[in-house]
Design a protein around this ligand. Structure first.
Ligand code: LLP
Length: 417
């Protein structure tokens, strides 16, 4: 068990969370190496007979140790910026296992990707294909290109993380993709490597995947009939996870859909899971600053804020919140809120929870993906430490930012000196 209670105390693998809090202070993120490994291996095992590569989506959690743990397991990376490409390479992921996605890659970023000869650049428009060709020609190279096609399939997920419908900014429109492939295949700086699709995140239903993959299979057939060979079929992000009462499909069930829709094409299958690798492998630990009641409502005010974990404020996301020390006393109903000067800085509304007093610790669960990754220094609060656990060991894998570091890039304008 990765996060579990032992004698009423929450543990990450073999390490007492309270012990970490004493060492590093709060708030902090805590990741389980074992859980990351299991989540990764579940995809790899399910896709083994499909010639699959698991390209972990760095955006979910770009911590160097998190990425390195997955690199050691043979993982590739899905990156959306030169910064993420840098982290992937630093963590030991070879360039030929990196795919570069994103709706607005800059010329500089593309230059770097082409220079490195990465596995595949997923282009999202005709203009981007032209730019990639120009840069590759200037470097005397051929860029490995895929088109990210927009299959116009509704992923049935939160509107802010739906990407595969006509309404969204993402991908090459379905009707234009074939012609653009033909055009791109004639460009001197382009080598057609594959096709890519990503319809959204936190998907809990396999049907949208099935619809999208079926469309992709038909496009691959049509392209190959026109002499355009496709090697890699990149299926985008992975499945949703259980934050509360969700029942995400298993990796085996997902792989079965891939097999049924694309299996007979015998392509190299790429998947780009982020949330389902890192999400339940991480928690955010926070200390209760104080508890108060206004007669109608109870508030538990904690030292983590929306700058540390923005998902509840941004997506109304549910994160289970557990006391680090279980006392076995009658629960109350309380809003669990951060210290930020915004009404939206609320982790949980009217949550049933054991009363935790000043100085007590709470764990915000399933915060390993899009947690630290989306944090900011709003209210001039330091980025919190990230700790990684492995068996009975733990290590600080990102230290808390100091005020000096936070202000180091600032300067007084000459007229203020
Ligand atoms: N590939 C592409 C092209 C993507 O845009 C994404 C996520 C992924 C892969 C990874 O998807 P996953 O396996 O994690 O579902 N901040 C939001 C999630 C944004 C997802 C953006 N793209 C959240 O906290 O829910």
């Amino acid at each position: 068990m990765c996060f579990h209670y032992q004698g009423g105390e929450l543990y990450a693998e073999g390490v007492d969370i309270k012990q970490i809090a004493e060492k590093v202070g709060t708030p902090f993120y805590c990741y389980s190496t074992d859980k990351l490994t299991r989540n990764f291996e579940a995809y790899r095992a399910a896709l083994a007979d499909l010639n699959g590569t698991v390209c972990y989506s760095i955006k979910a959690n770009p911590n160097l140790s998190v990425v390195a743990a997955l690199a050691r397991l043979g993982g590739g990376a899905d990156v959306v910026s030169a910064g993420e490409m840098y982290v992937a390479l630093k963590a030991g992921i070879p360039a030929d296992k990196i795919v570069f996605s994103g709706v607005g890659k800059t010329a500089q970023e593309l230059e770097e990707a082409i220079r490195l000869g990465i596995l595949q650049i997923n282009a999202e428009s005709a203009a981007e294909v032209e730019m990639i060709n120009r840069i590759a020609v200037a470097q005397g190279k051929k860029a490995n290109l895929a088109l990210r096609v927009n299959p116009d399939v509704d992923a049935l997920t939160h509107v802010k993380i739906t990407t595969g419908t006509k309404e969204n900014k993402f991908g090459v429109p379905w009707q234009e993709a074939h012609d653009l492939y033909v055009k791109a295949s004639q460009m001197p700086g382009i080598r057609i490597a594959g096709i890519a699709v990503h319809i959204g995140s936190q998907l809990l239903d396999l049907e949208p995947f099935r619809l999208a993959f079926t469309k992709i299979a038909s496009m691959v057939r049509a392209l190959e009939a026109d002499g355009i060979a496709i090697e890699n079929v990149d299926l985008g992000g992975g499945m949703g996870i259980n934050y509360n009462v969700e029942l995400p499909p298993t990796c085996e069930a997902y792989a079965e859909v891939v097999r049924e829709t694309l299996g007979d094409l015998h392509k190299h299958i790429i998947v780009e899971p982020g949330r389902s690798i890192a999400g339940n492998a991480g928690i955010l630990v926070t200390e209760v600053i104080c508890a108060k009641s206004n007669g109608e409502k109870n508030f538990i005010i904690v030292d983590a804020g929306m700058n540390d974990l923005v998902r509840p404020a941004l997506y109304d996301a549910w994160h289970t919140i557990l006391p680090v020390t279980k006392q076995g006393i009658a629960p109350i109903i309380a809003d669990i809120v951060g210290p930020i000067c915004e009404s939206g800085d609320v982790f949980a509304h009217e949550r049933i929870i054991e009363p935790v007093q000043e100085g007590g610790l709470l764990a915000i669960m399933c915060a390993g993906a899009y947690g630290a990754a989306m944090s900011s220094i709003y209210n001039f609060r330091p980025l919190v430490p990230e700790v990684m656990v492995h068996g009975d060991q733990f290590a600080v894998v990102r230290k808390r930012t100091s005020y000096e570091e936070m202000i180091s890039g600032h300067a007084l304008a000459p007229w203020l000196q």
